[in-house]
Design a protein around this ligand. Structure first.
Ligand SMILES: [Zn+2]
Length: 120
């Protein structure tokens, strides 16, 4: 299998999880928009996620629902120097002193934050 296919499957499985959450919450009501928060460390490609959403949602009641992706930066707090830095890479290290004694503040999110329903 090509690396690209693995990635696509990753996004596809995330979309399946998002869709099942949305369908459950909507309880049969039409959904217009699903907003998700994806942390940087999830290494999700937004375009790939959108594409996967088209595929997944078209087979469900969510086919008219738009997927809105909110990307959350990976932020760490250094326990050595106290600096709070945003990570570029998926390596947990302090951006100020390069120390590895850091606490992750955000970046691992994979949440459905809101589901907009058609007003009855
Ligand atoms: Zn530091």
């Amino acid at each position: 299998m090509l690396p690209g296919e693995v990635r696509a499957m990753h996004e596809l499985s995330i979309c399946n999880a998002i869709a099942s959450t949305a369908v459950k919450h909507a309880e049969g009501r039409p959904v217009t928009q699903v907003k998700v928060q994806i942390g940087h460390l999830r290494q999700v490609v937004p375009d790939a996620l959108q594409f996967s959403w088209e595929v997944v949602s078209s087979t469900t009641d969510l086919k008219d629902a738009q997927l809105v992706i909110e990307q959350v930066p990976a932020v760490v707090e250094c326990l050595d120097c106290g600096a709070t830095t945003v990570l570029d890479l998926a390596i947990l290290a302090c951006g100020a002193c390069d120390g590895f004694d850091v606490k992750l503040l955000s970046g691992e999110e994979l949440l459905v934050v809101s589901i907009d329903l058609v007003d009855a």
